[in-house]
Design a protein. Structure first.
Length: 192
């Protein structure tokens, strides 16, 4: 394969190699089908970077080298996406899920009630504020989000610690970190 004639361009067999690896990956993890094009782009970028640094050795083939590089990258992508999927399935609560056992309302109902309670004058301000709070909440770790949620429900730090089976000092330290994150976003007064 002569790469010097066509710098920056890919040979047809390289693109076929990428598509082949992505197809094998998706056959093992069908939930990645939605990300097929993104994964192909990641592998093409990896191919482009690694092709430049390849040092030919006697008996070594560029195609074999690139195949192994792309295969390892695909395995890394699979591991990352599988871990992300597990975390999402474990910790993310759908809006349609009930708030409590005895309550018939869902999170979506609760959000709708809050929005309906606003007057038209402060509706826009409250929507913007809610968006800022959501951005700040997304910066929290899963553990911090749990603490924040319990704090919103009126739990004291000691009660949160008992509920989460963590030392009081750990919860207090995490609460300080939560406050710092909210202060950095200009929302310090919303976290007590």
């Amino acid at each position: 394969m002569e790469l010097k004639k066509r710098p920056g361009r890919f040979e047809a067999q390289e693109l076929v190699l990428v598509k082949s690896i992505v197809s094998k990956l998706i056959s093992k993890a069908p939930f990645l089908e939605k990300e097929r094009e993104d994964i192909e782009q990641i592998l093409i970028l990896k191919l482009w970077k690694k092709r430049k640094v390849y040092l030919p050795m006697p008996g070594a083939s560029l195609n074999t080298y690139l195949y192994k590089v792309l295969k390892n990258e695909a395995i890394d992508i699979l591991r990352t996406r599988t871990t992300d999927k597990r975390i999402i399935e474990k910790y993310i609560v759908p809006l349609e899920e009930k708030l409590n056992e005895g309550d018939r309302r869902t999170f979506d109902d609760l959000i709708s009630e809050k929005i309906a309670s606003y007057t038209s004058e402060n509706l826009l301000e409250n929507i913007i504020l809610k968006e800022q709070i959501m951005i700040a909440r997304n910066k929290l770790s899963i553990f911090q989000q749990n603490i924040f949620k319990l704090r919103e429900e009126g739990f004291t730090i000691r009660r949160i610690a008992k509920h989460l089976r963590k030392p009081w000092s750990t919860v207090k330290d995490e609460m300080k970190r939560i406050q710092n994150i909210f202060c950095d976003e200009g929302l310090g007064k919303y976290v007590k």
